[in-house]
Design a protein around this ligand. Structure first.
Ligand code: NOJ
Length: 982
């Protein structure tokens, strides 16, 4: 029998769940901000902000209590090691915090601070907790895949009682100036200070201390004869310290037992002379991050990183969202640096900017802006990586060396995805599929949201509506299409094999007592698979085998949602922080990494669905962390069908790109609500330039498949989709670059033009990979023009009309953008590969011929690349790919292997064999050289043999550039060839 308190708890949970459901069906206007903590409601954030305020108030008399004793520091083999001593009281008591500063071969520096007593597990936990005693130090295990080799050549350039100076990096141009008392590190490049750790003395490691329980309050008789209680003095604390949240914290009715007490780590990081900082997604504000300590136009709250299922999130806010990447880049003219704060716990980042006046008599003149940041995490070791650039590309590359790069995608995954919550039956799916064809609308993937499940039990099918998933999958497959089905991490707490195995094998997340954790999500009462546990990953991978997950086929792929994890009745809609994961790490320590571990398990599962079948997984995730880029794509969660959310998507996707996870998109059309046709058209036009391009809608939203939208919108949407499909070769090549060196797929202007300060805060236009395509989606209602900032002196052409545009560097160009037009420019100097035959899906285009579009630079040159492989397997790792470099120099156009390989010596597998018939069929030369005027043919030269190619030359007129079309070129895509225009 249930005890009455348990019974009433159940009722409360039930009511909560029902209330939540009601909320889902009657959308409120905005997120319930009060459901999520502000800094003042998060004990450690509040304490560290107060610490910062106290330091600021004291000004130059502030004495940071962290120091190294020179005799205890040693530098050897590229690493400095020492205990940092933290003075904890007026008597000079200290705690030891071992610090390691490592200089890595890549030129990156790493600073790690731990706590000795906890390393030695020499602490006591409260409440008989079985949690780990150490500070969490396994974030590295999940996030880092390489780049940790220490550079033993790093050398001491000077040393004294006050500190040590280390030279390191390429050509020893980097320098770390480590000061002992107070402890700080200034990083320099070419002798110029770039970044300083603990510049403002805000380093704070809340060391472990026992809770000294207050003696029972003494009872005293008051004047009125009533008994009153007197508060005794608190245990070990300086008077200014606020202890109220040290030992327990309650928020929204949930109490966190905090068995280790206060344990935050915090550090201030100054970027000297840098006015712009970017990164630390996921947030909704501008790409160039705002200040967070109030003031005009600034935020009042720090940026928060605490992966959360935020219902109807708000715009322009530092509030946390579903994913977290604690990586920040700073930009000033001709210089980029960055930091990566490797910590999986709840984290807040304050940003302020201050003018530094070199000459106090000349205010503003010669002054530069420093950006001050303050990083605050609830627990774990402190682990900071410092990148000194000097270019955005260098910083991106160094970060990618550590956390890995975007996985080469399944080629279909960069086509268009058609989703809604929900397609109601297998017949419905088939009908949508047929209609897309009937209306000649290309798409690659159709998605099933949670209603396909039997009673929300993952790995099952609703038996009445999805009685024949196989025939559904087969119909899709017959024209190269795929199915994505949703699988979330919460497993229904009921009798069914998946749930029973999860329990019997002990693979679920546990509560603070070490019993299986139970909470609420879509299925009602649920348990959560603990993918930190290697055994859980192993088990999870077995569930996806084709013969286990019946109804799935080779063309079934997976969507992981709710993996923050979302727990409807949990604190801040997630798990209690004192829950326990594998090896008894507290959820508090790993919260932000949790989503990635689930994504990882599903990725692994798709890799091993069938013995001998090794294909690239496709898994979409909502929650993510640094490193998630290795596993698939993300989207920006539950946006709304309004113009504001359309506009907000671009900076969000750009932020993902420069934070190492560029395979990103936003729900096209908006998740909540019903977009009017104009909004839907504009959203498809923008979405055609999202790396991940998916239309999605809430269960209450009206059906809005592209063919349902009235004309002229249907045609406008179809044209946007066709544009995407024709450019797939360019997109795939951009993914290849992301895969090679982490470069963003959508590139903001600071990244492409780091010398042009006027572009540093522009986040509504971008370049696509290295194609030179400059895109500015229209995101305002009834807007028919676009003002595009031009970052250089190169020539720019309109992508569609070949008009040569009257651009000039640093100026905005106004282009016409009526509803049917997407503002897309071609920067001179680039060659863009395309496939121009419209087809139903990417797979059906696989062996189509190519078109090359050459946008000739003002100097008459152009360059471009094409990377292509089978788009499905890992055969590219065995050389089964084509990688061409196209060059127009003077009057000759050449195609050569981009890596200088002798392509003839490559043993051709099936795919390469089939590709040997694929050719460059058409070449369009925009800004065509005058040598082509009057010519009717040119010669294609392959291995000394020449064949004529027809030329159709159009002279410049009416604003259009001269252009030429070479038809039926027949130059094999994988072979070397040359065409002379002279
Ligand atoms: C929340 C996701 O963000 C949304 O895209 C999905 O449709 C619902 N969960 C239902 O699965």
């Amino acid at each position: 029998m249930l005890s009455s308190s348990r019974l009433s708890w159940k009722w409360t949970a039930c009511l909560c769940f029902l209330t939540l459901l009601c909320c889902l069906f009657t959308p409120a206007l905005t997120v319930k901000e009060n459901d999520f903590k502000k800094c003042t409601q998060s004990g450690f954030c509040k304490r560290n902000r107060a610490y910062a305020d106290n330091a600021a108030t004291q000004g130059s008399s502030w004495e940071p209590p962290y120091k190294i004793l020179p005799e205890q520091a040693s530098f050897k083999d590229g690493q400095l090691q020492a205990p940092i001593l933290k003075t904890t009281d007026a008597q000079g008591t200290t705690v030891r915090l071992p610090v390691t500063v490592s200089f890595l071969k890549s030129g990156t520096a790493r600073v790690t601070v731990d706590e000795e007593q906890r390393k030695e597990k020499n602490i006591e936990l409260r409440h008989n907790s079985i949690a780990r005693k150490e500070r969490y130090n396994e974030a590295e295990k999940w996030a880092i895949v390489g780049g940790l080799d220490v550079d033993t050549n790093a050398k001491v350039s000077s040393e004294s009682k006050s500190g040590i100076n280390i030279k390191y990096g390429p050509g020893f141009i980097f320098e770390a100036d480590i000061k002992y008392s107070p402890f700080s590190i200034e990083f320099k490049r070419d002798g110029v200070a770039q970044i300083k750790l603990n510049d403002r003395g805000l380093l704070n490691v809340e060391h472990w201390r026992p809770k000294v329980d207050k003696p029972a309050p003494e009872k005293k008789e008051g004047e009125d004869g009533e008994e009153s209680e007197e508060e005794p003095e608190a245990a070990e604390a300086t008077p200014s310290e606020d202890q109220s949240t040290w030992w327990e914290e309650t928020f929204g009715g949930n109490t966190d037992s905090k068995p280790r007490g206060p344990e935050s780590v915090a550090l201030d990081i100054t970027f000297f002379g840098y006015e712009h900082v970017y990164g630390i997604p996921e947030h909704t504000g501008p790409l160039s991050l705002k200040e967070t300590r109030g003031g005009d136009g600034n935020y009042k709250e720090p940026y928060r990183l605490y992966n959360s299922d935020v219902f109807e999130y708000i715009l322009d806010s530092p509030m946390t969202l579903y994913g977290a990447i604690p990586f920040m880049q700073a930009q000033r003219k001709d210089s980029t640096v960055g930091v990566f704060w490797l910590n999986g716990a709840e984290t807040w980042v304050d940003i302020t900017k201050a003018k530094e006046h070199k000459n106090p008599l000349a205010l503003g003149i010669g002054s530069k802006t420093n950006t001050h940041t303050h990083w605050i995490s609830e627990s774990g070791v402190m682990d900071v990586f410092v990148f000194l650039g000097p270019t955005p590309r260098d910083v991106t590359k160094n970060y990618a060396e550590l956390t890995g790069t975007t996985a080469m995608p399944q080629e279909f995954a960069i086509g268009y995805h058609q989703c809604r919550w929900n397609y109601v039956s297998d017949d419905d799916v088939k009908e949508v599929d047929r209609k897309m064809d009937r209306y000649h609308i290309p798409y690659d993937v159709i998605w099933l949201d949670i209603e396909y499940l039997d009673d929300k039990k993952y790995f099952t099918w609703e038996p009445n509506m999805f009685s024949d998933p196989i025939s559904m999958g087969e119909q899709l497959d017959s024209h190269g299409r795929k199915l994505v089905v949703i699988i979330d991490p919460h497993i229904k707490n009921t009798k069914y094999p998946v749930s029973e195995e999860l329990k019997s094998k002990g693979l679920a997340v546990k509560n603070k007592e070490g019993n299986i954790f139970e909470g609420w999500c879509w299925p009602g009462s649920s348990h959560w698979v603990d993918c930190f546990n290697p055994e859980a990953i192993k088990w999870w991978t077995t569930l996806f085998d084709y013969d286990k997950f019946k109804g799935t086929l080779k063309n079934t792929f997976i969507w992981n949602d709710m993996n923050e994890p979302s727990v409807f009745n949990g604190p801040e809609v997630t798990m209690p922080k004192d829950n326990l994961h594998h090896d008894n790490w507290e959820h508090r320590d790993v919260h932000n990494i949790n989503g990635m571990t689930f994504h990882n398990a599903t990725f692994e599962a798709l890799l091993s669905r069938k013995k001998g079948e090794l294909r690239r997984p496709f898994v979409l995730t909502r929650s993510f962390y640094a490193g998630s880029q290795r596993l698939g794509a993300m989207w920006t969660g539950d946006n709304q069908a309004t113009w504001e959310y359309l506009a907000a998507a671009t900076p969000m996707i750009l932020a993902q790109g420069i934070s190492g996870f560029p395979f990103a998109g936003a729900d096209v059309g908006g998740f909540f609500g019903n977009p009017e046709p104009e909004l839907q058209s504009r959203w498809f036009q923008a979405g055609a330039f999202y790396p991940f391009f998916r239309g999605h809608a809430h269960i209450d939203a009206r059906r809005r498949e592209p063919y349902l939208v009235p004309e002229p919108h249907r045609s406008i949407i179809t044209a946007a989709l066709r544009l995407r499909y024709s450019l797939l070769p360019a997109w795939y090549t951009a993914f290849y670059h992301a895969n090679q060196d982490g470069s963003p797929i959508l590139r903001p202007l600071y990244w492409t033009h780091p010398s042009e300060e006027a572009g540093f805060d522009i986040d509504d236009e971008f370049f696509v990979g290295s194609t030179g395509l400059l895109v500015k989606p229209v995101v305002e209602q009834e807007k028919t023009t676009a003002d595009i900032y031009i970052p250089d002196d190169e020539v720019y052409y309109d992508y569609f009309t070949y008009e040569k545009l009257p651009t000039s560097k640093g100026k905005h160009l106004t282009v016409q953008a009526p509803l049917e037009t997407i503002p897309v420019l071609m920067r001179g100097g680039h060659i863009i590969p395309r496939r121009d035959v419209p087809r139903r899906s990417a797979q059906l285009m696989q062996y189509d011929d190519y078109t090359l579009v050459i946008a000739v630079s003002k100097n008459g040159n152009a360059e471009g690349e094409l990377y292509v492989d089978d788009g499905d397997t890992f055969e590219y790792e065995n050389g089964q790919y084509i990688h061409r470099s196209f060059k127009l120099a003077g009057s000759s156009l050449t195609s050569t292997d981009a890596e200088g390989r002798d392509v003839k010596s490559i043993k051709e597998g099936d795919w390469l064999k089939r590709m040997s018939d694929v050719a460059v069929d058409k070449i369009i030369i925009v800004g065509a050289p005058s040598s082509l005027a009057g010519k009717s043919e040119v010669q294609l030269e392959v291995e000394g043999e020449k064949t004529p190619v027809r030329v159709d030359y159009h002279k410049a007129e009416g604003g259009k550039a001269a252009y030429a079309v070479l038809g039926r070129v027949g130059a094999k895509i994988g072979a070397d060839w040359k065409i002379d225009f002279a």
